[in-house]
Design a protein around this ligand. Structure first.
Ligand code: SAT
Ligand code: MN
Length: 590
């Protein structure tokens, strides 16, 4: 590879000296290379080929049973000053972290192959693209990276004139969880990860680069790196509009990004396309609007619960060219998971390869599929646009069984930043730890922010101030239950009905009911044609005692930022606490 920049070669040489691999493989991103690496992975037992007729070029990978999700307690922001990491991150002094990890990395690749994976985040011709290089001794990681990012020669073509690239060092180590560390050095635009081969722990361009490190660069350069899907929606007879939505992991970002209009809406002409399902880079454009690109090139989606009923677009995306991780395996070589279209086949092997007896989930709850964006039948043409797409609305969503309504609209950018900055959600299997616990997850970025939360919220306010036509900001909750414990909203395709209200509000075509949490829809302003929604009123209602508790909790959370709490956020907190406006739960739906 003659065109490899000298700075990259020198860095790789220095790392190889420390890692002592038997051989170094520079990835070129070609199809021939893909075939060769897949064969290597199959030979080494890292990948199991699936049924080539029903699932051409699909593979199954089984991770170690103690390595099945991101490990937030082992993830560090290693800024020089502890206070720059802020209250939501684990901090480790950079020199100490490097010393500890260097000892673990030293000679850790003896007898192994070091893969050098050059990657581009964003369309290669986008002025907003970023280039990085990940080193890894995992062929599974290398193959996943070539799906998730644009890999190989393209990175040298897109290499910036100033020679800057993000340095990512990843090693499997001995995969012992007590020697597992995921460290970020934002001042050096560098990530080091050892001891895990799974997901965001190991595919560093995803959460480590495109969110944690990028959030710091975004702060310095005046843009935003966010945990958001990007979606194109076209109402009947209208223009295509773009929506960005932040949800914590495993709260339905992929499903919303791949939304299919329900029959009644499809008949009227509603259409939707995906731009991205997990990460958005947003910046103010010359026209005063907020423009977004998807830095990724693939999906790393949750398999369990995915079916033709919940996400037909995903089902049409993951039947070829897909690496499955920790799903169950049927005797005919097809993948299976809880919630699959088919009932569980006889003779199923669970995610650890053991005969399944039905006593525990066959697929791991955080089982995933990795698949190229271009496989998706509803990929928007604009996903390739180097300038990105202009955003009309931002949604902050979460998994909340109580309290938060189906949808509410912030009064303005500042209140929207407050709502997003105090978002809370019930925890999921995407991270190790307890599932179903309510935690504040600001902008759905709690595990992914590379610097101080207070500075981040101020940065959001600053970006808003640079926009003459800012997107409207909304909160959504597809997971509200009623007093009997039943879901109040069907979700999935019907969420497009909520987007209809959102776009109507962006155009000021409808009003709403004022409440303590901004504007709520009137039932009659939602397009409910063809929908039986007997519990909808409960989804649109604020219960005063719950709303009061929520206001107090959000306020307490934001004020904990103390002297790094932006004054605008403090003012919003006070306003929410003292807001005399009644929630008007019944008037809303009269
Ligand atoms: O494991 S990942 O961090 O890539 C997936 C997620 O948690 O969203
Ligand atoms: Mn995510």
């Amino acid at each position: 590879m003659s065109q490899v920049p000298e700075v990259v070669r020198a860095w790789v040489d220095a790392c190889a000296e420390m890692l002592s691999p038997e051989r170094v493989h520079w990835m070129d991103g070609s199809e021939a290379e893909r075939t060769a690496l897949e064969a290597t992975a199959v030979r080494e037992g890292v990948l199991i080929p699936l049924n080539p007729v029903t699932h051409p070029r699909c593979f199954l990978h089984r991770s170690r049973p103690d390595d099945t999700a991101r490990t937030e307690h082992l993830t560090f922001v290693c800024s020089h000053l502890k206070e720059d990491a802020g209250p939501t991150n684990h901090w480790w002094a950079p020199d100490d972290a490097k010393a500890r990890l260097t000892a673990l990395f030293r000679d850790s690749m003896r007898g192994r192959t070091l893969y050098v994976v050059p990657f581009v985040l964003g369309p290669e011709d986008s002025p907003f693209r970023k280039v990085g290089v990940q080193l890894t001794d995992s062929v599974y990681v290398a193959l996943n990276l070539r799906i998730m990012t644009r890999v190989g020669e393209v990175a040298w073509r897109a290499f910036p004139a100033d020679g800057h690239f993000t340095r990512c060092l990843h090693g499997l180590g001995d995969q012992d969880p007590s020697r597992r560390f995921i460290c970020h050095f934002p001042e050096e635009d560098t990530a080091w990860s050892i001891g895990s081969g799974y997901g965001g722990n190991a595919l560093l361009p995803k959460k480590s680069v495109a969110l944690r490190l990028a959030s710091v660069r975004a702060r310095d350069e005046g843009w935003l790196a966010e945990h958001m899907l990007l979606l194109a929606v076209q109402p009947p007879g209208g223009a295509v509009r773009y929506v960005a939505a932040a949800f914590p992991s495993q709260c339905g970002k992929t499903n919303l990004a791949m939304v299919t209009p329900p029959p009644a809406l499809a008949q009227k002409g509603w259409r939707a396309w995906i731009v991205g399902d997990d990460i958005a880079w947003l910046r103010p454009g010359g026209d005063g609007r907020l423009w977004a690109i998807n830095p990724e090139n693939g999906f790393f989606g949750v398999a369990p619960g995915t079916s033709s009923a919940t996400n037909p677009v995903a089902m049409a995306t993951i039947d070829r060219d897909t690496i499955y991780t920790n799903v169950a395996l049927a005797p005919d070589g097809t993948p299976w998971w809880e919630g699959h279209d088919r009932p569980a086949p006889e003779g199923l092997l669970d995610w650890q390869g053991r005969p399944w007896d039905g006593s525990s989930p066959a697929a791991h709850p955080n089982a995933r599929f990795t698949v190229p964006l271009t496989n998706c039948p509803t990929l928007a043409a604009a996903a390739r646009d180097p300038q990105g797409v202009p955003i009309d609305a931002i949604l902050f969503g979460a998994r909340r069984a109580t309290t938060m309504p189906l949808v509410h609209e912030a009064r303005d950018w500042a209140q929207g930043v407050f709502f997003g900055g105090t978002l809370a959600s019930e925890t999921t299997a995407a991270a190790t730890g307890k599932v179903g616990v309510l935690r504040r997850d600001p902008m759905a970025m709690l595990p992914f922010l590379g610097y101080h939360l207070g500075d981040y919220l101020q940065h959001w306010l600053d970006v808003g101030a640079a926009l003459s036509k800012p997107p409207r900001i909304f909160g959504v909750n597809w997971f509200r239950k009623d007093a009997s414990g039943a879901f109040t909203w069907p979700g999935f395709g019907d969420n497009l009905r909520v987007l209809g209200w959102v776009l109507d509000r962006c155009d000021r075509r409808v009003g709403g009911v004022p409440s303590r949490f901004g504007l709520l829809p009137r039932r009659e302003d939602l397009d409910l044609e063809g929908l039986d929604a007997p519990r909808l009123d409960a989804a649109l209602t604020l219960i005063p005692a719950e709303a009061e508790a929520e206001a107090k909790d959000r306020t307490a959370f934001i004020l904990e930022l103390a002297e790094r709490c932006p004054s605008t956020m403090r003012a919003e907190a006070e306003r929410l606490l003292t807001d005399a406006q009644a929630p008007a739960p019944t008037a809303a739906h009269a």
